[in-house]
Design a protein around this ligand. Structure first.
Ligand SMILES: *[C@@H]1O[C@H](CO)[C@@H](O)[C@H](O)[C@H]1NC(C)=O
Ligand SMILES: *[C@@H]1O[C@H](CO)[C@@H](O)[C@H](O)[C@H]1NC(C)=O
Ligand SMILES: *[C@@H]1O[C@H](CO)[C@@H](O)[C@H](O)[C@H]1NC(C)=O
Ligand SMILES: *[C@@H]1O[C@H](CO)[C@@H](O)[C@H](O)[C@H]1NC(C)=O
Ligand SMILES: *[C@@H]1O[C@H](CO)[C@@H](O)[C@H](O)[C@H]1NC(C)=O
Ligand SMILES: *[C@@H]1O[C@H](CO)[C@@H](O)[C@H](O)[C@H]1NC(C)=O
Ligand SMILES: *[C@@H]1O[C@H](CO)[C@@H](O)[C@H](O)[C@H]1NC(C)=O
Ligand SMILES: *[C@@H]1O[C@H](CO)[C@@H](O)[C@H](O)[C@H]1NC(C)=O
Ligand SMILES: *[C@@H]1O[C@H](CO)[C@@H](O)[C@H](O)[C@H]1NC(C)=O
Ligand SMILES: *[C@@H]1O[C@H](CO)[C@@H](O)[C@H](O)[C@H]1NC(C)=O
Length: 588
């Protein structure tokens, strides 16, 4: 009997696995028999005796971001742990997998990203897709909540390279390779049967996803990466730019003045995209047509409050909600307030005026510019964000301190030096902007990359710059229009109007994509290539509206209150295009 390639084994394996029950397969003996022999996955030596398996009933699935998906669906699965060591290292890495009930298993493997300095520790994200999913200790206790920034130094001046490479990309890569091999054995699939493999994550999870398709391109069929916190050296140090602007200008704006500048920018730029809905869908038109100086003189008022820190929680330390008192603030936006805002939006340049990095889009909140109230002097003063401060102490200066204590002697040139040091030092571990995705592309991989257009943490243009790098490295000497149409076949980038960092924006009631995995599965398994990205408005006057987002580099332009076109305009495109002459090597 001759069947189409793959079809016979798949049909047989499905029949075989559907016949088994969860309790049949969820045994340590089955786990051990499914493990790859040493030498099969080079560099990964499994220690079978340390394997565990237990059934879990009526568990709720979690979404990619580790939050509950809101669905009331419950699942039964087999909770498996496998321990391996790297030959010659004597280390141990524990990987944990959630294996769906055999009747639910759809020959899929799902990898979820983490955030900040945390790798994902939740294995249930794949259950709603009939997918096996995993999580890894990365050899440093990541499953028990240890974050990478707690272990990146072994002592002052001594980098923990094992943890750095594991966090950078290796732990997820090994978890995926081992997990895929193990999954086939566990369900009795043949080695050659197709196991569709997906990645999904945002923020550092976006960076991790990029690391996977850059380094393990042939392992993944589909990757969904949001707001990747990659170009690590530049990205992490850039959190300090707003504070250094304030320090350099020796002016510390009140949070209310900055909030007013943001609100007034939204009000002014909202209509430029053709619809007045409270959302800046075209921050490029805002950048090209709006002058912040026009806000000078506008009145602001904010009531007194005991605020919890607006920090984004990149590190564990910043996640702790520090509460601080802020008095009532009323006044008018001053030229000095606007000068700080403008310098932040202009982005980092060295003292020769050479650009070092791109910045947040105009209209985004000035989260890293937050000052703190000194109740003794009755003045606003510098508040060094530990997002950047900790990165400089631990990763650049290599001292085991959680934050910089001051900006004494720190200039724009200092920021550029810190970026350069970090870029060079972590070039092949954390930087994660390798622009050659040939392996991924040639093995049929599909990438949906998205980014909130008003992200106040990871600049939106940072994603554009990577897309442009991939385009120029992989399609050299090809016309722009040809390169763009070739890219669309496997790498699609979408900007989400008004959206903040990996979520909606409280200040702009815009859309957000919610079914990326369905779209990706349909692309990978059924060949349905998306042309737009489905997203839904979840608040405001247009709540419930579906917006099919435009694929970069086309941009939305509303032609009525209910329809928009996707247009290309050169001036807008160029407003997103940057070079970084402050560095001697190319910055991808
Ligand atoms: C694989 O190697 C590990 C560590 O070197 C060892 O503990 C384990 O027993 C080996 N596995 C097999 C199946 O021989
Ligand atoms: C799971 O939920 C079902 C339906 O509510 C219930 O019948 C069953 O007893 C539950 N199983 C366990 C192990 O709790
Ligand atoms: C999964 O197994 C590990 C190792 O035995 C255990 O620590 C963990 O609590 C288990 N999780 C669930 C949900 O059963
Ligand atoms: C900015 O607008 C938001 C509502 O979108 C409002 O809650 C906030 O008070 C405004 N801030 C200032 C300073 O006007
Ligand atoms: C914005 O307006 C101010 C004051 O009119 C002017 O000095 C400045 O050059 C303008 N900026 C831009 C980018 O046009
Ligand atoms: C700030 O100082 C005032 C007196 O100037 C005092 O009444 C108030 O309690 C202080 N607030 C805090 C939060 O310390
Ligand atoms: C970081 O250090 C600065 C300077 O000491 C301080 O103002 C700031 O509050 C610190 N931030 C955190 C999150 O600890
Ligand atoms: C590491 O360096 C910091 C900053 O100089 C210092 O405060 C700390 O005590 C040092 N730690 C050790 C263990 O030497
Ligand atoms: C868009 O996504 C929403 C939310 O997941 C879903 O309900 C809707 O059916 C999707 N629409 C299209 C056109 O795919
Ligand atoms: C579009 O919406 C705006 C703001 O809600 C409203 O003022 C305007 O009348 C609407 N235009 C049409 C053609 O409905």
């Amino acid at each position: 009997m001759r069947l189409q390639k793959g079809a016979s084994t798949m049909a047989l394996a499905t029949a075989a696995s559907a016949a088994s029950s969860l309790t049949d397969v969820c045994t340590v003996a089955n786990v051990k028999s499914a493990l790859p022999a040493n030498g099969t996955i080079l560099g990964v030596n499994v220690i079978p005796s340390l394997s565990t398996a237990n059934t879990v009933y009526n568990a709720s699935g979690s979404s990619a971001m580790g939050t509950t998906s809101g669905s009331t669906e419950t699942y039964n699965y087999c909770n498996v742990t496998v321990t391996y060591t790297h030959p010659g290292k004597d280390d141990t890495v524990v990987v944990m997998y959630a294996m769906p009930e055999p009747s639910d298993y759809k020959k899929r493997f799902y990898v979820a990203g983490g955030g900040g300095y945390s790798l994902n520790a939740d294995t249930t994200g794949g259950l709603e897709y009939g997918a096996v999913a995993g999580a890894t200790s990365a050899g440093y206790g990541a499953l028990d909540g240890t974050t990478y920034d707690e272990v990146n130094l072994k002592g002052n001046g001594s980098i923990n390279w094992d943890a750095t490479y594991m966090f950078g990309y290796q732990a997820l890569g090994e978890m995926t390779k081992l997990g895929k091999s193990f999954t086939k054995g566990f369900y009795g699939d043949s080695d050659s049967s197709k196991l569709y493999t997906y990645y999904e994550g945002c923020s550092d999870g976006g960076r991790e996803g990029m690391s996977q398709i850059q380094r393990y391109g042939d392992e993944y069929d589909g990757a969904i990466t949001g707001a990747p916190a990659f170009r690590y050296g530049q990205q992490q140090v850039n959190h300090l730019l707003p504070g250094v602007v304030e320090h350099t200008q020796d002016y510390y704006p009140s949070p209310c003045a900055l909030a007013k500048i943001v609100n007034a920018t939204i009000a002014a730029c909202d209509p430029l995209d053709g619809r007045t809905d409270g959302v800046i869908a075209r921050s490029d038109l805002c950048k090209l047509n709006f002058n912040l100086s026009s806000i000078i003189g506008e009145k602001y008022y904010c009531a007194a409050e005991t605020a919890t820190s607006l920090g984004f929680g990149f590190s564990k330390r910043a996640e702790g909600s520090t509460s601080s008192y802020e008095p009532a603030q009323s006044g008018t936006v001053s030229a000095k307030d606007v000068a700080v805002a403008q310098a932040i939006i202009d982005g980092l340049h060295n003292s020769k005026g050479e650009r070092a990095y791109l910045s947040w889009q105009i209209g985004a909140e000035f989260s890293d510019a937050e000052t703190q109230w000194n109740n003794n002097t009755k003045e606003w003063e510098l508040d060094i964000t530990s997002l950047g401060g900790e990165f400089v102490t631990k990763f650049v200066e290599l001292v085991d301190l959680d934050n910089l204590s001051s900006f004494d002697g720190v200039t724009y040139d200092t920021l550029v030096e810190w970026m350069n040091t970090a870029m060079v030092r972590y070039m092949d571990s954390l930087q994660t902007t390798l622009p050659d995705l040939t392996t991924f592309q040639q093995s049929g991989g599909k990438l949906i990359h998205y980014h909130g257009e008003q992200d106040p943490s990871v600049p939106t243009a940072s994603s554009i710059h990577y897309w442009q790098s991939v385009k120029s490295i992989m399609y050299p000497g090809v016309s722009t229009s040809k390169a763009i149409s070739d890219l669309k076949e496997w790498y699609q980038l979408y900007l989400v109007p008004g959206a903040a960092h990996c979520g909606t924006n409280t200040l702009q009631p815009g859309p957000y994509p919610e079914d990326n995995m369905e779209i990706m599965i349909n692309w990978v398994e059924n060949g349905v290539q998306p042309t737009r990205l489905n997203s839904t408005v979840s608040s405001g006057q247009y709540e419930g509206e579906t917006q099919m987002l435009c694929q970069w580099p086309s941009r939305p332009l509303w032609k009525s209150n209910s329809t928009f076109d996707c247009v290309f305009d050169k001036a807008s495109y160029e407003s997103w295009t940057y070079e970084f002459p402050a560095f001697k090597v190319p910055v991808y």
